[in-house]
Design a binder for this molecule. Structure first.
Ligand SMILES: NC(=O)c1ccc[n+]([C@@H]2O[C@H](COP(=O)([O-])OP(=O)(O)OC[C@H]3O[C@@H](n4cnc5c(N)ncnc54)[C@H](OP(=O)(O)O)[C@@H]3O)[C@@H](O)[C@H]2O)c1
Length: 285
C-alpha cells in the first residue's frame, strides 16, 4: 500500500514512518516538505503522491502557548485538516487523522467512549475538535484519538522526569488528580497501521476510534513507575494536586479513553505502557 505521512518529523510521525518503512511504500513529509496550511502545496502533494492512505501527524501541539495563539493553533489543527480532507477526496485517499483526549472536559469518571459529548477546556482542545470535524467530512476517513504520549522523537513526560533526576533533583512532586492512559508512540504507530489497513479495506470502519496503552493511572503513578524503572531508590515522588501547579491551559482531570471500538475492530488488545517505558529507557541509556 502507498502511504503519505504529514508531520513526519514529529514524535508520532517519526515512529509511524519507521513502522511502515519495511513493508510499504511510504512518502514522508516533514514540515519543511509540506506545510499543511499551504493550500496549493497540499493539493500538489496529494496529486503527486496519490496515496492509498494519508495519515496526518502534523499539528500545533504547544498546549499552553495555544492559549495566546489560538488563531495559529486553529489554522494548523483546524483549517489545515480541512485542506487535507479536500485533497484526500480528490486523490481518492483514506484520510487518517490524529486527535486527542483534550476534546473532552474530563468531568466523567468512567472511560470516554467515542459517542460521549465533547467539551474542550483549552484553545488547543478547541482547535483539535475543529480538525476532527473537518476530517469527518472526508469521503473516506478515520479519526484516531490518543493521549499521554511518550516516544523517542519529541519532548514528553518521561523525558521531563528523567531530566529532573539527572539534574540531581531527589524530591519530585507530581500531580495525582489527573488520570489517563500513558501511551508509547511505537505502540500507537502499530495501532494506526493496523486500524488504517482495516479502514482502507472496509469503508464501514470509518469514524472515530480511541487508542491508548493500558492500564490507566495518574501522573503521580506514572512518575513513580519511571523512577522505579530507572532504579533510583534515593528519589522520592510525592503526590500533589493540580492546583499546586497552575498552568495556562486547563487539562481534563479525567481523560481515560475507552478503547473498546479499537479492540472490537482489530480483534487485538491494546499494549501495556510499562514494557514501552522499559524499551524507551533502554534506548535512552
Ligand atoms: N503528544 C501527546 O501527548 C499527544 C496526545 C494526544 C494527541 N496527540 C496528537 O498526536 C499528533 C502527533 O503529535 P506529536 O506528539 O507527534 O506532536 P509533535 O511531535 O509536535 O509533531 C507535530 C509535527 O507537526 C509539525 N507541524 C506543525 N505545524 C505544521 C504545519 N503547518 N504543517 C506541517 N507540519 C507542521 C511540527 O513541526 P515543528 O516541530 O517544526 O512545529 C511537528 O514536527 C497530533 O495530532 C497531536 O495533537 C498528541
Amino acid at each position: 500500500m502507498r502511504w503519505m505521512i504529514t508531520g513526519a518529523g514529529g514524535m508520532v510521525g517519526h515512529d509511524l514512518v519507521s513502522a511502515l518503512r519495511e513493508t510499504d511504500d511510504v512518502r514522508a513529509f516533514d514540515r519543511a516538505d509540506l506545510d499543511i496550511t499551504d493550500e496549493p502545496a497540499v493539493t500538489a502533494a496529494l496529486r503527486g503522491a496519490k496515496p492509498d492512505v494519508i495519515v496526518n501527524c502534523a499539528a500545533y501541539t504547544r498546549v499552553d502557548e495555544a492559549e495566546n495563539n489560538e488563531a495559529l493553533a486553529t489554522a494548523v489543527n483546524g483549517e489545515g485538516v480541512r485542506l487535507l480532507a479536500r485533497a484526500a477526496d480528490e486523490a481518492g485517499s483514506l484520510l487518517v487523522h490524529l486527535s486527542t483526549d483534550f476534546v473532552f472536559d474530563g468531568r466523567k469518571r468512567q472511560p470516554y467512549e467515542i459517542t460521549d459529548a465533547v467539551g474542550p477546556l483549552s484553545a488547543y482542545g478547541r482547535s483539535k475538535l475543529l480538525g476532527e470535524r473537518h476530517a469527518l467530512t472526508a469521503r473516506r476517513h478515520l479519526v484516531v484519538r490518543t493521549a499521554w504520549l511518550f516516544g523517542l522523537h519529541g519532548p514528553n513526560f518521561v523525558e521531563a522526569i528523567r531530566n529532573q533526576v539527572m539534574k540531581g533533583n531527589k524530591e519530585l512532586r507530581v500531580v495525582n488528580d489527573q488520570r489517563g492512559r500513558p501511551t508509547y508512540t511505537p505502540h500507537l504507530a502499530r495501532a494506526i497501521v493496523r486500524a488504517s489497513r482495516l479502514a482502507h479495506a472496509d469503508p464501514e470502519m470509518a469514524g472515530i476510534i480511541h487508542y491508548a496503552d493500558r492500564p490507566e493511572c495518574s501522573w503521580f503513578d506514572f512518575a513513580a513507575a519511571i523512577v522505579e524503572e530507572l532504579g533510583l531508590g534515593d528519589v522520592t515522588v510525592s503526590p500533589v494536586s493540580t492546583a499546586a501547579f497552575p498552568r495556562p491551559a486547563p487539562r481534563p482531570a479525567y481523560s481515560v479513553l475507552s478503547t473498546e471500538r479499537y479492540e472490537k475492530i482489530t480483534g487485538m488488545a491494546t499494549e501495556e505502557w510499562r514494557p514501552g517505558l522499559r524499551e524507551y529507557l533502554a534506548k535512552r541509556a
